[in-house]
Design a protein around this ligand. Structure first.
Ligand code: DGL
Length: 280
């Protein structure tokens, strides 16, 4: 991870955050809660979502373009809010970067390794994240005495984007996906996709009280806070009145993004701007 270039970066420089679309707003929401003075530049790749069914090469190329886009804003750090991009592209992005870049997979893995008591951890995520085995690799690098069970749940993303958060259809699909994880007696389940914290109550009800749900979004915000504090780069004061604290960019359908965003972030996202990300 590169050192922050203090010449350019100020404490009040923004944090860049990106995702394949709207899901990364669950990470933004946690960052807003935990470090409310920070400025945020968010990019959602709404033209090219989903990443979860694409190849590592494609997701890495998309992620590199987005990092180039975010760097224009003199961001002091970048958060890869997308689990799929974190699993597939984080190592490549970090190697090429002179500012810190953090993903959501490592923080989620660390907490899961910490909270499990019986050493049986489940991960639900996109096909790409499960196929990458990144959660397993990180967890096993921390604790070798654990077994990780991955389950891809590809229908959860469209269900959440359709707004079916508390719905019999979502309930039925969740029961089918989660049945095998219940059978193998996991005690910890990682919500390894940006959208899943939005159906946390459904997943929690099906898994039961004995299973601890880990939300990597929460842990990532905490890690970001610690990273910035450790480098004395937390923004000390709220941004000046009239300055735009939160700015949102997408690659398509800005209005649809704003509608969804306002349903999950209660700060009132007034607008989002569409950009041609292929130019970066
Ligand atoms: N943001 C993605 C993730 O967390 C889910 C949506 C997608 O497949 O692009 O893996």
């Amino acid at each position: 991870m590169g050192e922050i270039n203090i010449e350019l970066m100020q404490k009040d420089s923004p944090i860049g955050i990106f995702d394949s679309g709207v899901g990364g707003l669950t990470v933004v929401r946690e960052i807003m809660r935990q470090i409310p003075n920070e400025k945020i530049i968010y990019f959602g790749d709404t033209a090219r979502v989903p990443y979860g069914s694409k190849s590592q090469e494609t997701v890495t190329r998309y992620s590199e373009q987005i990092v180039r886009f975010l760097r224009q804003f003199n961001v002091k750090t970048i958060v890869v809010a997308c689990n799929t991009a974190s699993a597939y592209a984080l190592d490549t992005l970090e190697e090429a970067s002179d500012i810190p870049i953090i993903g959501v997979v490592k923080p989620g893995a660390r907490v899961a390794a910490d909270v499990t008591r019986n050493g049986r951890i489940g991960v639900i995520a996109t096909e790409a994240t499960i196929g990458s085995r990144m959660y397993s690799k990180y967890i096993q690098s921390i604790s070798s005495n654990v077994t990780i069970y991955g389950k891809a749940c590809p229908l959860f993303v469209p269900l959440v984007e359709e707004g079916l958060l508390e719905d019999p259809v979502t309930d039925e699909i969740a029961r089918r996906y989660l049945a095998e994880l219940i059978d193998i007696d996991i005690d910890t389940l990682i919500l390894g996709c940006t959208h899943y914290p939005l159906i946390r109550s459904t997943v929690g009800r099906i898994m039961g009280d004995r299973v601890t749900l880990v939300n990597p979004a929460y842990e990532t915000a905490l890690e970001l806070k610690q990273l910035l504090a450790g480098r004395n780069m937390l923004n000390d004061a709220p941004p000046k009145l009239g300055s735009e604290q939160y700015r949102f960019f997408v690659s398509d359908k800005a209005e649809k993004f704003v509608r969804f965003a306002n349903s999950i972030i209660k700060y009132g996202i007034l607008s989002a701007k569409a950009v041609n990300i292929e130019e970066y």
